[in-house]
Design a protein around this ligand. Structure first.
Ligand code: BYC
Ligand code: FE
Ligand code: FE
Length: 470
């Protein structure tokens, strides 16, 4: 088991003190990171103590330490999962060769691009969530927001370590630019679409942590397969933290569903909005929006980039070890495409379909979560099912982006889409209503009208624990 140097200025298990040049470079980046955090990180709580977990080791049990910390003093560390001895590349043209400890020259640009893209999402999400503490529905939720924020900050550190450690000067430049782009900024936006969408209310926050953080899970899983071993080890440890982010989203939505059911049972003839709850139709629209924008994050269905990443051993499939054929040179993947108004099956060489194959696993995983929400609806005796819209619905990236589709995946003409999209996606009135609910509740044990309390609190504490000392 590697040991973590917790007293270093930058806590790490990569023996930073023996590489003075890298250590200096990262220590120079540290104040830039801190001022970025101060400028666009979570508002409101800089001087408040928050009950947070900090990664202090990389073994499965006992990797996290819980205590009160002020967020600017959080110990953002560089932690890589332990090396697998004699690890071999598990797929692509280099299948069976020893994993790389340094970057192969011919793949340098590709790798840098993928690491920068991954890195860019982490600070983006912190920026997107910046103002949410203002309207937290409970102290418990406020704490979870901050937990997610500090860990996304750590994920940025994880990627910046790779950029500084393995890419020299251009890596350092990329690391600087990561602190210069801004979510939603027209001149210097974040790289991927979903990371420029505002998250100005908590319904969006829960949908984002359910659907968008889950893209993170699948991208990290496929990068954990990478032949570039430091990237693989970094991603493996990031996945440990990711589980809680998706837990926040999945249970957050489930708690909203539960609250709505309670109100519907108490006032069967009223609109839940009259009693400060979120009607299920509106929740469904937020699902439609955040799910579809997150599907875009997997890239095009047919992608030569994805084929190159796979061929070169940079980015594999989800759980590559479960596959029988690790070369993927034979066989096809069928992707339905719109031709003259009809869906037609088109065969795509397997390597070019890697984005779609990963998206398949992601879709299934989301369905499992949605089934949990529907279980709550059944338990509460409410006759409604939340559904994931079809993957063709509302897409901005890929082969379905130049046509319109309804939530069942049927093609639509532009006029029908324009006249009906307000039924499927949050419209101005829906957003106004959601905004009107966003009021801060911070008394320990109290909660806003539109969401049920969690079944249990964090780290064995109760819901009414003082998670943030305001
Ligand atoms: N928005 O061949 P294509 C997370 C671009 S989330 C804008 O179809 P490719 C987190 C693409 O760059 C996980 N542009 O796609 C979650 C390309 O541009 P060029 C983040 C997009 O390259 C919550 C063009 O379209 N990690 O960690 O196969 C909170 C055609 O590209 C988008 C990663 O993404 C988009 N949605 O795949 C915090 C992993 N999609 O070449 C954190 C690293 C595509 O024409 N990234 N484009 O200029 C990748 O593996 C790939 O870059 C992608 C795209 C899967 C994203
Ligand atoms: Fe992350
Ligand atoms: Fe995350």
């Amino acid at each position: 088991m590697s040991s973590v140097d917790l007293n270093a200025r930058i806590p790490n298990n990569v023996d930073l003190k023996t590489d003075k040049k890298l250590q200096r470079a990262l220590e120079k980046w540290l104040p830039c990171y801190q001022s970025w955090w101060g400028e666009v990180g979570p508002e409101l709580a800089a001087d408040k103590e928050v009950y947070l977990r900090t990664a202090v080791a990389v073994d499965k049990d006992g990797w996290a330490h819980f205590d009160y910390v002020k967020m600017p003093e959080y110990r953002w560390g560089i932690l890589l999962a332990d090396a697998v001895p004699d690890r071999k590349i598990g797929f692509g043209d280099h299948y069976g060769e020893p994993a790389w400890q340094e970057i192969p020259g011919e793949y340098r640009n590709m790798l840098r691009r993928i690491i920068v893209t991954q890195a860019d999402t982490e600070p983006a999400s912190v920026e997107q969530q910046r103002l949410l503490a203002r309207t937290a529905p409970s102290l418990y939720d406020m704490r979870n927001l901050f937990q997610v924020n500090v860990e996304e900050g750590r994920h940025l550190w994880a990627m910046v370590y790779l950029l500084h450690g393995y890419f020299g000067r251009d890596g350092r430049e990329e690391a600087e630019e990561l602190l210069e782009r801004r979510s939603g900024n027209a001149d210097k936006p974040r790289i991927l679409g979903a990371f420029n969408a505002p998250i100005s209310d908590w319904v969006s926050f829960f949908m984002f942590t359910m659907f968008t953080d889950r893209d993170g899970k699948y991208q990290l899983l496929s990068l954990a397969e990478s032949g570039f071993d430091p990237l693989s080890r970094t991603c493996r440890f990031m996945l440990t933290e990711e589980a809680h982010h998706m837990f926040v989203g999945e249970t957050g939505v489930r708690r909203m569903v539960k609250r709505t059911c309670e109100v519907m049972k108490e006032f069967p003839d009223a609109d839940p909005r009259e009693h400060g709850a979120i009607d299920l139709a509106t929740l469904q629209k937020y699902v439609n929006f955040w799910y579809s924008i997150s599907l875009d994050l997997f890239g095009g269905e047919v992608s030569s980039n994805a084929a190159d990443y796979f061929a070169s051993g940079i980015k594999g499939r989800y759980r590559e070890e479960r596959q029988e054929d690790h070369l993927a040179l034979e066989g096809c993947y069928v992707v339905p495409q719109l031709r003259d108004g009809k869906m037609v099956d088109v065969e795509v060489p397997l390597r070019n379909a890697m984005n779609e194959i990963l998206r398949d696993s992601y879709v299934d995983d989301n369905q499992r979560g949605v089934d949990q929400w529907n279980k709550t609806l059944t338990q509460e005796g409410i006759d409604f099912k939340i559904e994931l819209p079809h993957r063709r619905f509302n897409r901005q990236i890929g082969i379905y982006s130049d046509a319109e589709f309804d939530p069942k995946g049927n093609p639509l003409d532009a006029a029908t889409w324009a006249s009906r999209k307000d039924e499927w996606l949050p419209n101005e009135k829906d957003r106004e209503y959601i905004d009107s609910l966003m009021k801060r509740v911070v008394e320990p044990g109290k909660i806003a009208s539109w969401i049920a309390p969690p079944i249990r609190g964090i780290n064995g504490n109760d819901f009414d624990f003082e998670y943030v000392r305001l």
